[in-house]
Design a protein around this ligand. Structure first.
Ligand SMILES: NC(=O)c1ccc[n+]([C@@H]2O[C@H](COP(=O)([O-])OP(=O)(O)OC[C@H]3O[C@@H](n4cnc5c(N)ncnc54)[C@H](O)[C@@H]3O)[C@@H](O)[C@H]2O)c1
Length: 368
C-alpha cells in the first residue's frame, strides 16, 4: 500500500495578555472574555475563604454561571485522584467545550487546573489567576501543567497555554512571609540567568520587597515575567533556551527529594543556586567577586552555606541522579558565566558536571 501523510496546517501563533495591577480580582469585567458563560473556579480551601467566594459573587452579579471547586491546600493535591474527581464533578454539572476554568491559587492550583483544562473535552479555555508570588513570577506563565504520581513530581502533564494571566498584587497581602520569600527565589533565578540590571535592582530594593510594598512587588513580577515571556515565546516546549530556567534546579530537586518535599520548592532552588553558582566558580566560569554578590543576595533570604551543611554531600549527589536533566546516569547543570548570562554551546544550555566536582563544591561550601 502507498503511504499517507498527515499535513497539518501550521499552528496559528498564540498570544495572551498578562495584566499586573492591584484590585483586578475585584473587577472581573475588565478581563473576562465575554463568549464564555459558565466558569469553573478551581481553588484550594485557604484561597476559597480569602478570595474565591468574593470572585464568585462578582461573577454572579455579572449574570454568569459559576461552579466553585475546592481541593486541600498543598502539593499532595496535584494528584491523579483530584484530577478525576474534579473532572467527574464538571461532567455531572454539564460543563461542555464552551466552559472556562479560572485557576485561582498558587502553583499547585495552576498546574492542576491547567492540566484539567488541557484534557477536558480535549482542551478548554482557562485563565491563570495566581495568588502566590511563586505563581505570579513563574508558574502561571508558559503553559506547563502537570500532576504528581508516586513515582515523582510533574511526571504527567501537558503544555496548554492559558487565555490570560491576571495578577492582582493585592492577593499578596495575605500570603505568609515564608511563601512570599519562596517566590522570590524564582524571580532571582530569572535575574541571575538573564538580567544583571534587575539583579542589582532586586538587591537594592529587597527591604521594600520583603515589607510588601505593592509597587515594588508589581515591579518584581513585571521584571520576572518580561524574561519568562520572552523565553517561552522562543522555546515553548523546553527544547533549548527554556532549560535555562532550570538554573538551581538540579541541586534544588535533589534537596526536595531528600527532605521528602518538606523543603519548599523556592528555598530548595535558593540552595541550588548557591551550589550551582559555586560550581561555575570552581569551573572558572564565574569570578570570585560575582559569586560573592550572589551569596550576599541569598543570605537575607535565609540561604547560607551553614544551613546547607545539614545536607550530606553524598546524599545530595545520589539524589541528583533522579533529576529529569540526567541522561544515562550523567547529571547536567545550567552554569552561570556572569550575572545575567549562562554558558551556551551550540544551542545547548545544560552541561555535564562530574560527581567529583559537585562533591568538592559541596564539601568546600560547608567546611566551616
Ligand atoms: N508550571 C510551572 O511552570 C511551574 C513552575 C514552578 C513551580 N510550579 C509548581 O508550583 C507549585 C508550588 O506553587 P506555590 O509555591 O504557589 O504553592 P501552593 O500553590 O501550594 O501555595 C502555597 C500555600 O499558599 C496558600 N495561598 C495561596 N495564595 C494565598 C494568598 N493569597 N494568601 C494566603 N495564602 C495563600 C495556599 O493555600 C498554600 O497553602 C509546585 O507544585 C510546583 O511544581 C510550576
Amino acid at each position: 500500500m502507498p503511504s499517507l501523510t498527515v499535513k497539518l496546517q501550521e499552528t496559528t501563533p498564540t498570544s495572551y495578555p498578562i495584566l499586573i495591577k492591584k484590585g483586578l480580582l475585584q473587577d472581573p469585567k475588565s478581563w473576562l472574555p465575554a463568549e464564555i458563560s459558565l466558569w469553573v473556579i478551581i481553588t484550594d480551601t485557604n484561597v476559597a475563604e480569602i478570595l474565591a467566594l468574593n470572585l464568585q459573587k462578582n461573577l454572579l452579579k455579572m449574570g454568569l454561571k459559576t461552579l466553585l471547586l475546592k481541593v486541600n491546600p498543598g502539593e499532595r493535591s496535584k494528584s491523579q485522584r483530584n484530577k478525576s474527581l474534579l473532572e467527574q464533578t464538571m461532567l455531572q454539572h454539564d460543563c461542555d467545550r464552551k466552559t472556562g476554568i479560572l485557576a485561582l491559587g498558587g502553583g499547585v492550583i495552576g498546574d492542576l487546573a491547567g492540566f484539567i483544562a488541557a484534557t477536558y473535552m480535549r482542551g478548554i479555555a482557562y485563565i491563570q489567576l495566581p495568588t502566590t508570588l511563586l505563581a505570579m513570577v513563574d508558574s502561571s506563565v508558559g503553559g506547563k501543567t502537570a500532576i504528581n504520581t508516586k513515582e515523582g513530581k510533574n511526571l504527567i502533564g501537558a503544555f496548554w497555554q492559558p487565555k490570560a494571566v491576571i495578577v492582582d498584587s493585592s492577593a499578596l497581602e495575605t500570603l505568609p512571609q515564608k511563601q512570599l520569600i519562596n517566590g522570590l527565589f524564582e524571580a532571582l533565578k530569572m535575574f541571575l540567568t538573564h538580567d544583571s540590571a534587575s539583579f542589582t535592582w532586586f538587591h537594592k530594593n529587597l527591604t521594600n520587597i520583603l515589607a510588601r510594598n505593592l509597587q515594588d512587588l508589581e515591579n518584581l513580577v513585571y521584571r520576572a515575567l518580561k524574561i519568562k515571556t520572552r523565553v517561552v515565546a522562543q522555546d515553548e516546549k523546553e527544547q533549548h533556551e527554556r532549560a535555562v530556567l532550570n538554573f538551581g534546579h538540579t541541586i534544588g530537586h535533589a534537596l526536595e527529594k531528600i527532605t521528602n518535599y518538606r523543603l519548599l520548592h523556592g528555598y530548595a532552588v535558593g540552595f541550588g543556586m548557591l551550589v550551582e553558582a559555586k560550581i561555575a566558580l570552581t569551573l572558572k566560569l564565574l569570578t570570585e567577586q560575582k559569586f560573592a554578590l550572589i551569596e550576599n543576595a541569598l543570605r537575607p533570604l535565609g540561604i547560607t552555606s551553614r544551613k546547607l551543611a545539614k545536607f550530606k554531600a553524598e546524599e545530595v549527589i545520589a539524589a541528583t541522579k533522579f533529576d529529569k536533566k540526567k541522561q544515562s546516569g550523567q547529571v547536567f547543570y545550567v552554569l552561570l558565566k556572569d550575572i545575567g548570562s549562562v554558558k551556551e554551546i551550540n544551542g545547548k544550555y545544560v552541561h555535564l558536571v562530574d560527581d567529583y566536582t559537585v562533591n568538592q563544591v559541596l564539601l568546600d561550601l560547608t567546611k566551616d
